[in-house]
Design a protein around this ligand. Structure first.
Ligand SMILES: [Zn+2]
Length: 608
């Protein structure tokens, strides 16, 4: 009997496999023009009178409608004899309708890149977009290049890529090199295909293995100012300490960090003013201007890498139905954006702080900024806003998800620790829910019940008041619980040289004053002046940040000498700063004396 059933099972498997038609895409990077790439798709026999080829209007993680179909041009459909079939594009739906599709054999189209598309109002921010520069860099976010046939989204897909030998593909996709110039990527379904960006570049890579996961780092740096080893030096403490203490076992066994650093030559790519990073289940892509300054690099990388990687917990793993069954044409939003972005933002700061990877000052200044921001946009229900994210274009409110969303996560963490005597905390709640819903999804309406069940009935009050409701956040009271004093307006005094705003011009390799008036700073510096030296240190790309900061934020009354040039004339001025009275808003400081309860709760929440 056993054998018999096994045999039946085998037959069934074969039938299922045979029933899965494979969609085969081909792109030839050697034939790409700058800004444009041709795609060919060999279509299996779907046996439908009409087929709809859907290019996503939106994807997970970006929370806005981008209509990637708008970047497609010269779309053609052919039958087996090479005869063209009738096609119509529906701009509203971002899809192509192909008639007489039973005879469809192949589609071809050109894709324009998003990075250089500065005309489109709804600009695609670069880590989630495309860029084609033959022989140098191809940023292939697959959802902007390839679509799926409606009704066949779960069918396997292959992408064949022809490339120049010198280019290497940074990706966590299931990729194999057929030869030095041919790669093939296989994806079990469209969800998997679109979640794995492929970035072709000249190789500069390094990897480290921590526990069960190998972390790959790939870097494109236009003027070779940043190497993969620089990045590794910056982020390896985050990986080996903070990530490793958060996850006892990593949810993936390979993860790719792809860093793209265009240089000063690529000014147009920054014209929109956006930069940032985008997360995926097994990778994240970063887009920032190239800098040779390690201080700047370290300061933003630590934060952004921690945030993007923690998304592996939510929403990439712990997610609601709307994200699990993502509708690329008519995306539905989940009300738990506060969880996906706010809790990730809070926890990423906490793990860095617990492992001393950011300073006390950095942690509390970030916290303070969040209180200032959320004070300005407080009439918002986090859940209501989350539900409307695809209709809402107000970026101020969107940014509040990272501010109020992080602060409500802090309140939750403190309260959960307090009510459970430290047995539970926000991290444990999310990890346990993640375990429960592994490979599945939760319904939006059950999440709060789940959190209450894992913690304490009183947590519901907090949720209703501050996540669902719009009550003013009791940040002061909660900081007091962990022995910190919050003062909304605190009179203070600081040293200052006055207002001088300086930018490093990487092209001409000099520090240019972008904003200043001679009467409003101690050195008489004017807009357009070039700062040559501070306290006898000649400025260059790697030291200017620290030295210019001696003018921007003098911590003491020490005199500073500035040498600067104006229209070719060199000047040197030495002056002490002046002391001015200021009012510090939302000032946070540790209490000098704290109770045993406060100390215990502080240790549970902050780890120190
Ligand atoms: Zn995020």
């Amino acid at each position: 009997m056993k054998k018999y059933f096994l045999f039946l099972g085998f037959l069934l498997t074969v039938m299922v496999l045979q029933a899965q038609p494979v969609t085969r895409f081909t792109v030839d990077l050697t034939k790409g023009k700058k800004g444009s790439l041709s795609v060919t798709c060999d279509v299996p026999a779907y046996q439908k009178e009409e087929l709809v080829y859907q290019i996503p209007r939106a994807v997970q993680g970006s929370y806005s409608i981008k209509n990637f179909g708008d970047y497609i041009d010269d779309f053609r459909a052919y039958d087996h004899k090479g005869k063209r079939l009738k096609v119509s594009y529906n701009k509203q739906e971002s899809n192509f309708r192909i008639s007489n599709a039973k005879s469809l054999s192949r589609i071809t189209y050109d894709v324009h890149d998003t990075w250089t598309d500065t005309k489109k109002q709804n600009y695609v921010f670069q880590p989630g977009g495309t860029y084609f520069e033959p022989g140098t860099l191809f940023c292939l976010n697959t959802f902007a290049l390839f679509g799926y046939f409606e009704g066949f989204k779960d069918c396997p897909t292959e992408v064949h890529i022809k490339k120049e030998t010198v280019l290497y593909c940074a990706t966590s996709a299931n990729i194999s090199a057929l030869s030095a110039t041919d790669d093939v990527v296989k994806a079990p379904n469209y969800d998997d295909l679109q979640d794995n960006p492929m970035v072709y570049m000249r190789p500069d890579t390094v990897s480290i293995k921590v526990r069960n996961c190998r972390f790959h780092i790939a870097v494109f740096s236009r003027n070779h100012k940043i190497t993969s080893r620089d990045i590794l030096a910056s982020i390896s403490p985050v990986i080996t300490n903070a990530f490793a203490s958060f996850f006892s076992v990593f949810p993936t066994d390979n993860y790719t960090f792809t860093f793209l650093f265009p240089g000063w030559q690529d000014e147009a790519l920054f014209a929109n003013g956006t930069m940032g990073a985008m997360e995926h289940c097994k990778s994240s892509v970063y887009f920032y201007p190239e800098t040779g300054n390690r201080d700047i690099l370290n300061s933003f990388l630590t934060h952004v890498v921690a945030h993007e990687f923690l998304h592996i917990l939510t929403p990439l793993s712990l997610k609601s139905e709307q994200i699990y069954n993502f509708d690329y044409r008519n995306p539905e939003a989940s009300e738990h954006l506060w969880l996906y972005e706010g809790s990730v933002e809070y926890l990423s700061n906490i793990i860095l702080y617990k492992d001393s990877l950011i300073s006390d000052e950095d942690f509390w200044e970030t916290f303070r900024q969040k209180t200032l921001y959320s004070d300005r946009y407080k009439d918002i229900s986090m859940t209501e806003f989350g539900k409307k994210i695809f209709d809402n274009s107000d970026m101020h409110y969107y940014a509040n998800v990272y501010n109020r969303g992080a602060l409500v996560s802090f309140l939750l963490d403190v309260k959960i620790n307090e009510l459970t005597g430290g047995k539970m905390n926000l991290k444990k709640v999310l990890l346990q829910l993640n375990e429960k819903y592994k490979g599945h999804y939760f319904k939006d309406e059950v999440l709060f019940d789940e959190i209450v069940n894992l913690t304490h009935p009183d947590i519901r009050i907090l949720i209703n008041d501050y996540i669902v409701g719009t009550k003013e956040l009791p940040v002061k009271e909660y900081l007091q619980k962990i022995g910190y004093r919050f003062t909304s307006e605190k009179p203070d005094s600081i040293y200052t040289f006055g207002r001088v705003s300086v930018e490093y011009d990487a092209k001409d390799k000099r520090c240019v004053v972008r904003d200043a008036s001679p009467g409003y700073n101690a050195f008489g510096i004017d807009k357009g002046d070039v700062i040559v030296a501070v306290n006898d240190t000649l400025l260059n790309e790697s030291n200017y940040y620290h030295n210019v900061n001696l003018i921007g934020s003098p911590g003491t009354d020490a005199e500073v000498t500035v040498r600067f040039s104006r229209k070719g004339k060199l000047m040197e001025i030495k002056n002490p700063p002046i002391r001015v009275k200021v009012t510090q808003l939302n000032f946070i400081e540790p209490e000098r004396e704290i109770s045993e309860e406060e100390r215990a709760l502080r240790k549970q929440v902050l780890g120190r």
